[in-house]
Ligand binder design. Structure first.
Ligand SMILES: [Zn+2]
Ligand SMILES: [Zn+2]
Length: 230
């Protein structure tokens, strides 16, 4: 592109000009050095006691959300990536993150899991943003893993306040009753499900989603995210 001469692509992380021959949009945002040196987390963990777990390990100290796997820690690198994906509409970067998450999950034993379910946005919020970041990640995961991505099973019926400035207790209250399962065919019954979101902080949102999915008959819930913040 002619524009590349005037504004050469600069890496979101190291801020250096990216000098690679062929650059699809997603790769024009992060250089391959920074991409390959993102600090990747190895193990899933319990959202309650934080102990590291294997995907197949039975561990039920949390009633609804059984395990969480986050690709990385919400450090300044992951923060920059997620910010550009979510708030600057860099969907191709979101897909690239989703593929990376899929690569890491391939090393785990997911054979018992059936469905991927993205955390839904309220329809008003989705209209404002133009897309749901969790759905983009879910689609990328479904392309690379042999898991189904059923549509509109989990919906958000309350347009909740932004969680970022709320305390742990306020977050729980804010998301209570925010989600509903629409599963007339009872496809969730007895199934292991992977919930998908961009970031886990206190886990209040994912836990509330897991609660309604379990109420609808789901057997086990693993949440996967791009990053974990504390
Ligand atoms: Zn870089
Ligand atoms: Zn635990």
């Amino acid at each position: 592109m002619v524009l590349d001469f005037i504004y050469p692509p600069v890496c979101l992380i190291c801020k250096e000009v990216i000098r690679e021959e062929f650059l699809p949009e997603s790769k024009a945002l992060v250089c391959s050095y920074c991409w390959n040196n993102l600090k990747i987390e190895e193990k899933p963990f319990c959202p309650e006691c934080k102990v590291e777990l294997k995907i197949s390990q039975l561990h039920d100290c949390s009633a609804y959300l059984n395990k969480v796997y986050a690709l990385g820690v919400f450090d300044e690198n992951f923060q920059a990536l997620i910010h550009h994906f979510k708030y600057k509409g860099k969907i191709s970067l979101g897909k690239r993150l989703g593929y990376r998450l899929a690569e890491e999950l391939k090393g785990q034993n997911l054979s018992d899991f059936t469905y991927l379910i993205p955390v839904p946005l309220h329809k008003v919020r989705k209209r404002e943003r133009g897309f749901n970041q969790s759905e983009i990640l879910g689609e990328a995961l479904a392309q690379k893993l042999t898991l189904r991505l059923p549509q509109n099973i989990l919906i958000r019926i309350k347009n909740t306040k932004d969680q970022t400035k709320l305390s742990i207790e306020e977050r729980k209250e804010n998301v209570a009753g925010a989600f509903q399962v629409q599963d007339k065919q009872k496809i969730l019954h007895g199934k292991k499900i992977i919930l998908v979101d961009d970031v886990i902080t206190t886990g209040a949102t994912l836990n509330e989603c897991a609660r309604v999915l379990k109420q609808a008959g789901a057997k086990e819930i693993l949440a996967v995210t791009i990053a974990k913040a504390s």
